[in-house]
Design a protein around this ligand. Structure first.
Ligand SMILES: O=C(O)c1cccc(C(=O)CC[C@H]2O[C@@H](n3cnc4c(=O)[nH]cnc43)[C@H](O)[C@@H]2O)c1
Length: 226
């Protein structure tokens, strides 16, 4: 009988999805989008990749998940992702992790010190993009950059795009969530509803309410794909 219970528990945990947001408002938006389904656990992991990594690792140490998703609002690079659209990551990059030199930036890979990029399973990324589209959301796929500082100038935005020309969006948590998930070999994904353009900071211009509505709509697709 006990063996049976263990098998049932393992089966139920096989399809559990952990969704990590930075703040409560993002968690609420994701939960509104999801049906009240016990397969999905949505947690507030905190702002920044360190808090996100610790929170994700903690959740993963207490329960088994088949998939982890970093979700929230983010900045969109000009002409790459419009405000009020959505970006699904093809890969998640710690774009400022490395070394600045007199002749340019060296990534962790170039320094032979580790990885600054996690690829997402492109089959699921494409399936998810198509599903989101059917919900009437303007959606793109591409690299989502994780930065430790929100970009505040055109110069920095250009510098980041030079480093990663395929970048569409930036946020502050994805790489932390991904590092924790990959440590235990769990596939990881990221989606960002675009609240602002990456560049000169004007917080009053951020379309947070609108981006949260996009995040809510897109969250309704998670249960169809994962
Ligand atoms: O004030 C509010 O009501 C509110 C509601 C939801 C989210 C927030 C945030 O401030 C979230 C911070 C979070 O947003 C990401 N983010 C958004 N835009 C950018 C950007 O241009 N560059 C980097 N990160 C961005 C980031 O992941 C932050 O953790 C407030």
């Amino acid at each position: 009988m006990e063996d049976g219970l263990i098998v049932v528990k393992e089966f139920l945990s096989m399809n559990k999805v952990l969704i990590v947001t930075a703040v409560e408002a993002e968690k609420d938006a994701v939960k509104r989008g999801l049906d009240n389904n016990s397969r999905f656990e949505v947690i507030v992991g905190g702002v920044g990749l360190a808090e996100a990594a610790v929170s994700t690792a903690f959740a993963l140490s207490h329960s088994t998940f088949s998939t982890v998703i970093s979700a929230g609002i983010g900045g969109g690079f000009e002409n790459k992702a419009d405000v009020e659209s959505l970006v699904v990551a093809s890969d998640i990059r710690a774009v400022d992790m490395g070394s600045e030199t007199q002749t340019g930036f060296l990534s962790l890979e170039e320094l032979d010190l580790g990885t600054s990029k996690y690829d997402c399973d492109i089959t699921y990324v494409e399936k998810w993009r198509k599903q989101i589209e059917t919900f009437g959301v303007d959606v793109q796929t591409g690299s989502i950059l994780t930065t430790t500082t929100t970009t505040g100038t055109v110069q920095t935005a250009h510098k980041l795009l030079q480093r990663v020309p395929e970048a569409r969006a930036e946020a502050m948590e994805g790489f932390g969530v991904a590092a924790a998930a990959r440590r235990v070999s769990v596939p990881v994904y990221e989606m960002r509803a675009i609240s602002n353009v990456v560049g000169p900071r004007d917080r009053n211009e951020w379309k947070i309410k609108e981006a949260l509505a996009v995040l809510e709509k897109a969250s309704g697709t998670i249960q169809e794909v994962f």
